[in-house]
Design a protein around this ligand. Structure first.
Ligand SMILES: Nc1ncnc2c1ncn2[C@@H]1O[C@H](COP(=O)(O)OP(=O)(O)OP(=O)(O)O)[C@@H](O)[C@H]1O
Length: 308
């Protein structure tokens, strides 16, 4: 489909005996801010490095812009990437650092492109300052400008807010949103779901090299929304009663016995009473709320337990 910019099919990377990325299937669409979330060592950087063509997969395929990237490596050039530490010459200015790369790439209109990029990442006023005098946040923004040289279609950012202060984090977040608004598809990794949730529109959770869940922003918010969990004998019998008597519309049947109700104005007692009036017994009922971080940790732990 035209909207699918990147497809990973059974993508796998092994370092000697270490399985870093394990048969990953993922699709990234045009306009996504795709958040790859996972704990340390989960395989995020390895996955991103494969997408950028920095390292070769052990098995599986990467399809970039409908072409197999391994067979057509030119498509990797349409990916801009910033991985962990920015590789810069600290004794040179921001402008000069960008110019060195532009020169190496053989860009014709270097001055205009660099001026435009510095403006975009809000470093125009520091273009003549040596990078050794930049804050961490400024260095990251320079790194993003470097990744944007050559106008890629996709920007890959590996933990771009790591080690930044709140102001630095906010400015990177703002930049990501602006670049996306201007049409750039962005893939961003993080080990903090709360931070990712401020920008990402799609999510994949990775743990021990495997994708354990993918979801949209709306799906994630729903999973973490305050709710009442009701356990009954048969959810399919209870639901029509709750719809009719309490007018609930926002609910999800989790299993044969469990329903989640997201109507904030409805109280547990009303649910128990409505069901009791129809001779249905409530086995358990509780209010639940969980933070994004709690949800993420719970997912990771649950998978860990299954593996034990
Ligand atoms: N070049 C390498 N040689 C050997 N093992 C590697 C190499 N690169 C990564 N690994 C291993 O692969 C696994 C995944 O590492 P990766 O850096 O991709 O994880 P990550 O999710 O990016 O973690 P972090 O947030 O800590 O960087 C880890 O067990 C790591 O030790």
């Amino acid at each position: 489909m035209a909207n699918e910019l990147i497809e990973m099919r059974q993508l796998t990377k092994t370092f000697k005996s270490q399985l870093a990325v394990d048969h990953v299937d993922l699709t990234i669409r045009k306009g996504d801010i795709f958040g790859l979330i996972g704990p340390n060592g989960a395989g995020k950087s390895t996955l991103l490095k494969m997408l950028a063509g920095f390292i070769h997969p052990t098995a599986g395929d990467i399809i970039l812009f409908n072409h197999n990237a391994q067979a057509n490596p030119g498509y990797y050039e349409r990916m801009g990437i910033l991985i962990e530490q920015v590789g810069v010459f600290p004794q040179y200015t921001g402008y000069k650092n960008l110019d060195l790369i532009a020169l190496a790439y053989g860009f014709k209109n270097r001055k205009a492109e660099i001026t435009n990029l510095l403006n975009m990442v809000d470093l125009s006023s520091a273009s003549k300052t040596k990078v050794k005098d930049y804050s961490m946040g400024m260095k990251q923004r320079l790194g993003i400008a470097m990744a944007l040289l050559g106008s890629p279609d996709v920007l890959i950012l590996d933990e771009p807010t790591n080690g930044l202060d709140p102001q630095g984090i906010a400015s990177i977040r703002q930049l990501i949103l602006e670049l996306n608004k201007a049409g750039l598809t962005i893939i961003i990794s993080s080990h903090i779901l709360e931070e990712l949730s401020k920008v990402a529109t799609q999510y994949a959770i990775i743990n021990q090299g495997k994708i354990i869940e993918t979801m949209s922003k709306d799906e994630l918010l729903l999973k973490c929304e305050d709710r009442i969990e009701v356990e009954v004998d048969q959810a399919k019998v209870a639901v029509p009663i709750l719809e009719e008597w309490l007018g609930i519309k926002r609910y999800k049947v989790i299993s044969e016995r469990v329903i989640h109700i997201y109507e904030q104005q409805i109280k547990s007692q009303q649910i128990v009473k409505a069901l009791a009036d129809e001779n249905l017994f409530v086995h358990a009922i509780k209010n639940q709320s969980q933070s994004l971080e709690h949800y993420f940790l719970e997912r990771i732990e649950r998978i860990g337990e299954q593996d034990d």
